[in-house]
Design a protein. Structure first.
Length: 740
């Protein structure tokens, strides 16, 4: 067993190999504080005949890592990966993938198992570092190692690996992966952070990664791994020359056509047709040669002639279109289009109880703002699988959610659960940023009082070499299309408001980019975002003042904490009955906040009045509208407040003599009463209110109500008997004193 330790941000980071998973190609057990992960890397046995590198990264968090058992009553083992696990796997995949040789085609699988979490030290960062170490000590050809750190802000200054760094309250959550010289991956969310502050955080993280890399190199030196040879792809030079000779004029002609009419389906047809012209050759190899020629042709046009495939200038955004209220009956909708990229976004509002519950090894939490992204095959003019969301769909939805979360109003200001769904109806580059723009419009159309509109744009890169040092070594492309994304070197997405950045995601295909490229990308993105924001605010300048008629209305009321049990009732009996009677949804928080939602305002008002009266003390002289709960021979009990009934004696039910209370009221009647007395035992005595005809005031008739006085009212009945038999020992009507 070999183990190396180094303090990173004041805590010990330990990398160990040789104890666990001995049959994997390489494995590393890593710990940071008391968080622990195991990474096992395995190399496939055969060189696969594929036109892509088959790398898979699996991130698995066990609930035992936090001393927890799954909350489900029936299923106790972990199931399919959660969104958080999928996003962690994607983060690590994007960090390591650019450093594999382009010609490498053997299957590589990385499996990460989270063994323990200490709440303070994030396991996604630890897993990325451990993956870098495992690849570095393996025989797999890989141009690492990389370091990965999280950067937060504390009083405006960058801090490395903040404890519980991905908490919601921090203003910046930035993850950076890099080699000693180049940045391979950035993922960030921020609360409208100025560009310069984000760049400072990037510089700080870049520097800290060198310490992590130094620790990994110590482990590599101790292991001394041998690396496999990289496959030679130049053995078929004659075939390459023949295929390129025939393909070049066709590709140039098609690219010329492409610049006049956006669309790339014809390019794949070229590759298919050329493959049949060389029947003796491996079709996959012919396809690769054509792809490589197309790759070089597109890049040469951009680098040398500053000519993009669709004819735009390097910093030009495609035609923008924004519309709101495009779908009837939904709570909010919008269509955002940029060139051929089109996102239809729908907003749905619901009660707070409809927030998403999340369970992980660190505990349980809820999320009230949810963003989902769907990418159907027809969006690219293809057929394909339709089913559960892919990793890409989960990742793009999470990026859009991250971009908009900082501008979502607090629950106190807008007590709704919010779900936004982006349906990608046409795709040709950067649909995730189109989702951000469409979601801004949809939220405002729904009447969500967002703090500021958010826009996003993707910037591309084409370099002269894998290691661009000077500005003359590369070209930046604003608003990349699918062809530029596929054949370019970078997809750098930045979303934000006019005041600052809310989300970043960087993917690269080269070994990495410099801080100078980052700075120039931020500047170009800010200009583009400003232009897009103008289009958004032209479509809808501010959130609508009124919610859709089809959206539930939500009101809040505060009750004493010690009254929560009274509202809920035994086994939830009281609150369920109240919701059924008022056609509302009622959510109760631990602090006594109660959210009442529904489509019927009358029902909501009834529920709010009922809840608001919890804890209220009854005072003599007050008038209430109550429900007749039960009738006894001596009078009727009326419920005037939750859990509080009072007695209307027969002597206070009508101006004259009443022999049977059932002749005056029925159970369930709603009547108006006033409190005449609260006796020494806390019992409430009531008197009926009457209209001018001498009839009890019920809900259906509410005219000139008045209490019985003088000849109508003989005062409260006093008795020492129990409330269940309060007619005993009373004087005949007209002989008691009492108050008026």
């Amino acid at each position: 067993m070999i183990s190396k330790t180094k303090d990173i941000a004041g805590r010990p980071l330990t990398l160990e190999t040789g104890r666990l998973a001995p049959q994997a190609t390489a494995s590393v057990l890593a710990s940071y504080g008391q968080s622990t992960v195991l990474v096992a890397v395995t190399l496939g046995q055969e060189d696969l005949k594929k036109d892509y590198f088959p790398l898979s990264v699996e991130y698995q968090e066990r609930l035992y890592a936090g001393g927890r058992i799954k909350g489900s009553r029936w299923v106790k083992r972990e199931g399919r990966p959660t969104d958080a696990e999928t996003l962690s796997a994607r983060l690590i995949d994007r960090s390591i993938r650019p450093l594999f040789p382009k010609s490498f085609r053997r299957d590589v699988q990385v499996i990460i198992t989270v063994l323990s979490v200490d709440i303070l030290n994030d396991t996604d960062i630890l897993a990325s570092v451990a993956t870098s170490a495992a690849l570095s000590i393996s025989p797999i050809p890989w141009n690492g190692p990389i370091g990965t750190v999280r950067v937060g802000l504390q009083e405006g200054s960058p801090v490395i690996n903040p404890t519980n760094g991905n908490g919601e309250v921090i203003p910046l959550d930035l993850v950076i992966s890099s080699t000693s010289d180049l940045i391979t991956m950035i993922e960030a969310g921020g609360r409208q952070i100025p560009d310069e502050q984000v760049l400072t955080a990037l510089e700080t993280g870049f520097s800290a990664n060198r310490e992590v890399i130094a620790l990994i190199n110590e482990l590599v030196s101790a292991v001394s791994p041998g690396k496999l040879a990289i496959p030679d792809t130049k053995a078929d030079a004659a075939l390459v020359k023949q295929v390129e000779s025939k393909a070049r004029p066709v590709i140039e002609s098609m690219l010329e056509q492409y610049s006049k009419q956006e669309g790339g389906g014809v390019l794949s047809e070229i590759k298919k047709s050329l493959a049949t012209d060389f029947p003796e050759a491996d079709p996959l190899r012919v396809f690769q040669i054509v792809e490589e020629l197309l790759h070089r042709t597109i890049r040469t046009g951009i680098l040398e002639k500053k000519r993009r495939p669709d004819g735009r200038k390097l910093d030009e955004i495609r035609t923008l279109q924004a519309d709101v209220a495009v779908i009837p009956r939904v709570h909010g909708s919008a269509l955002f289009q940029r060139g051929q990229t089109q996102a239809l976004t729908i907003t749905t509002l619901g009660a707070p109880s409809l927030s998403q519950s999340l369970e992980s090894a660190e505990g349980e939490e809820t999320k009230r703002y949810m963003h989902h992204y769907n990418f159907p095959p027809y969006s690219t003019g293809e057929t394909g699988r339709v089913g559960s969301p892919s990793r890409r769909e989960i990742g793009h939805g999470a990026l859009a959610e991250k971009a908009l979360t900082p501008v979502i109003p607090s629950e106190a200001d807008f007590p709704y659960a919010i779900r936004v769904v982006s349906e990608i109806t046409s795709s040709n580059g950067s649909t995730s940023m189109a989702s951000v723009c469409g979601s801004t419009l949809s939220l405002m159309d729904a009447g969500v009082p967002i703090l500021a509109p958010v826009a996003g744009i993707s910037t591309g890169l084409v370099t002269q070499s894998d290691y661009p040092k000077k500005t003359t070594d590369y070209v930046l492309l604003t608003d990349i299309i699918g062809l530029e994304d596929h054949h370019g070197d970078m997809d750098f997405k930045i979303a934000g408001t006019k005041d600052g950045v809310t989300a970043i995601q960087l993917d690269v295909k080269v070994p990495g980019i410099t801080l100078d490229i980052c700075r120039r990308t931020f500047a170009a993105s800010q200009i583009a975002r400003s232009e897009i924001l103008k289009t958004l605010t032209n479509a809808i300048s501010e959130p609508r003042k009124e919610l859709s008629a089809f959206a539930p209305k939500i009101s809040t009321v505060q009750i004493p904490v010690d009254k929560i049990g009274e509202l809920i009732g035994p086994g939830g009996k009281v609150i369920r009955k109240l919701m059924a009677e008022t056609e509302t949804v009622i959510d109760v928080q631990d602090d006594g906040s109660v959210f009442v939602s529904g489509l019927n305002q009358e029902g909501m008002d009834k529920a709010l009045n009922w809840i608001g009266s919890l804890g209220k003390e009854v005072v003599p002289g007050e008038i209430y509208e109550g429900t007749v709960a039960r009738i006894q021979p001596f009078g009727a009990f009326v419920n005037i407040l939750p859990g509080k009934d009072g007695l209307v004696h027969v002597s206070q039910m009508a101006p004259g003599f009443v022999s049977d209370p059932g002749q005056i009221v029925n159970e369930g009647d709603i009547v108006k009463v006033w409190v005449t007395e609260i006796d020494s035992q806390g019992r409430i005595n009531l008197s009926m209110l009457f209209d001018d005809t001498g009839q009890p005031v019920a809900k259906a008739r509410d005219t000139s109500a008045r209490p019985m006085r003088s000849e109508h009212f003989r005062g409260p009945v006093r008795s020492g008997g129990g409330q269940g038999d309060r007619d005993r020992g009373r004087r005949p009507p007209g002989r008691s004193g009492g108050r008026y």
